[in-house]
Design a protein around this ligand. Structure first.
Ligand SMILES: C[S@@+](CC[C@H](N)C(=O)[O-])C[C@H]1O[C@@H](n2cnc3c(N)ncnc32)[C@H](O)[C@@H]1O
Length: 198
């Protein structure tokens, strides 16, 4: 499938899903891609790519001249990401890497223009320190978090490296049609933490 629109925020239902592989939802994905401030030709990493939904939108943003590295330690996520990349016709510019992010980063030596960390990990602080070595000045790390503790880890790690940090808490409610009108059903608030390398 070749996604025909210029705007981001591919509807969630367009992605293939499997059980136990979580996905960054459409409205959060839009913000994440926007906060990364990507340009055509950029090189970016999606740490914990899950379904590949963020990797797909990164790939559309950086274009065929760019490069996306999509990493996940769950083989189910790696396979699903590959299938979603095929579905959106962007396999040419994405390298899917199976493995623990920290291990992958140890053997990685490309300069990066940005990175997204989707969700919590025990190794969050070390992952951020490793990413920092790959990022050019002005590049951004964007992380999202459901838990306060994960958001705090993201903020503290980025601050300790001297990044300029932005913190947001996003609450989305989706209208569900009832017999009398639309009831707004709240989703979990999500922290979005942005760090810009000075
Ligand atoms: C919330 S999901 C990411 C969703 C993804 N952004 C998407 O749009 O589908 C988090 C993913 O991070 C992966 N993960 C967590 N810690 C990791 C680590 N240390 N190394 C690699 N992958 C990791 C999990 O396996 C999971 O697939």
């Amino acid at each position: 499938m070749s996604w025909p629109f210029v705007t981001f925020g591919i509807p969630d239902e367009e992605f293939l899903r499997v059980e136990d592989v979580p996905m960054t939802k459409e409205e959060i994905r839009v913000l994440v891609i926007s906060k990364l401030r990507l340009r055509r030709g950029n090189r970016v990493m999606d740490v914990g790519c899950g379904t590949g939904s963020v990797a797909v939108e990164m790939a559309l943003a950086v274009g065929p001249e760019g490069r996306v590295y999509a990493v996940d330690r769950d083989p189910k996520a790696v396979e699903l990401t590959t299938r979603n990349l095929e579905r959106f016709g962007v396999t040419d510019r994405v390298q899917v890497i199976s493995g623990d992010a920290l291990e992958v980063l140890k053997g990685f030596n490309e300069e990066l223009d940005g990175a997204f960390i989707g969700g919590g990990s025990d190794e969050l602080e070390e992952i951020i320190r490793s990413l920092d070595k790959m990022l050019r000045r002005g590049a951004r790390i964007v992380g999202d978090a459901i838990q306060l503790e994960t958001a705090n880890k993201l903020v503290k790690s980025l601050e300790s490296l001297g990044y300029k940090v932005e913190v947001e808490l996003i609450s989305i409610s989706k209208g569900r049609r009832t017999s009398t009108g639309y009831a707004m059903i709240a989703r979990n608030p999500i922290f979005i933490i942005v760090g810009e390398k000075k």
